[in-house]
Ligand binder design. Structure first.
Ligand SMILES: Nc1ncnc2c1ncn2[C@@H]1O[C@H](COP(=O)(O)OP(=O)(O)OP(=O)(O)O)[C@@H](O)[C@H]1O
Length: 235
């Protein structure tokens, strides 16, 4: 039976191998309701693999995922019905569709409504671009459209895959403010350390697939293993 403390998304001892390479080595993580949880680590640490496991794009050789305490076998096209939405790295929009139509593709269950799509676009500050085609927009605006597409179904868990990639400092500040004000649980996979440190309640650090630290931003900042993993880059 699930209990209150089981609520949310949990990874239990997840291991993923690609041939002889251990991409994730016994990784456990709980993403509790209302929390913003970050996953960081140097290049090749396993962040994308972890994200892919949660989305059903990669199958673990061992371990289990649970949602609200019950076994969860993610499938990319079924995330929506479980109240989970993700953004794509980059922008990933359909260029033959308007911004509004792109956002409507984020609603996979129930009837897509333009009102919901406009609200999502307003939330990300690009409602005035609803009739535009994505290719006409600057990269940062396209990233905002991608966020609106993920938010339109009002997910209870939002998976953000490097949302700061390619953005300038001002746009990253805007993104941080948005994440802080979301009324949803967030799992954030991100390279941009300042963003992670400023919005996350808890951070998991991976290195060569292994979890080397889990804690608050302050705990992670002061963690020697983390500093070593980054070999002197800002941690
Ligand atoms: N499909 C695959 N086949 C073989 N090896 C893979 C595959 N996907 C990832 N890997 C390897 O698994 C390891 C973890 O990769 P992953 O992309 O998850 O790391 P990452 O932390 O997201 O890296 P980056 O920060 O560079 O995006 C790397 O050594 C990578 O080369």
């Amino acid at each position: 039976m699930s209990t209150r403390t089981d609520q949310g998304l949990s990874l239990h001892h997840i291991t993923v191998r690609f041939g002889g390479l251990l991409a994730l080595d016994d990784v456990s993580l709980r993403v509790s309701p209302g929390r913003v949880v970050g996953v960081i680590g140097p290049n090749g640490a396993g962040k994308t693999t972890l994200f892919n496991v949660i989305c059903g794009f990669a199958a673990p050789q061992s371990g289990e995922i649970t949602l609200d305490g019950k076994p969860f076998k993610p499938r990319p096209h079924h995330l929506n019905r479980h109240g989970i939405a993700r953004t794509l790295q980059g922008v990933g929009q359909f260029n033959g569709m308007t911004v509004l139509e792109n956002v409507l593709t984020g609603i996979r269950t129930g009837k897509p409504t333009e009102k919901a799509a406009y609200e999502a676009l307003e939330r990300t500050g690009v409602a005035d671009q609803a009739a535009a085609y994505p290719a006409m927009l600057p990269y940062a605006k396209r990233k905002r459209v991608e966020l609106a597409r993920a938010l339109v179904a009002r997910p209870r868990i939002l998976l953000l895959d490097e949302p700061a990639g390619g953005l300038d400092a001002e746009e990253i500040d805007w993104l941080a403010e948005l994440i802080r004000n979301l009324d949803t649980t967030v799992l954030l996979v991100e390279h941009h350390m300042d963003l992670v440190m400023s919005v996350c309640d808890e951070i998991l650090v991976l290195d060569f697939g292994k979890p080397i630290a889990l804690g608050s931003p302050d705990e992670i900042r002061g963690n020697e293993k983390v500093a070593e993993a980054y070999l002197g880059t800002a941690a």
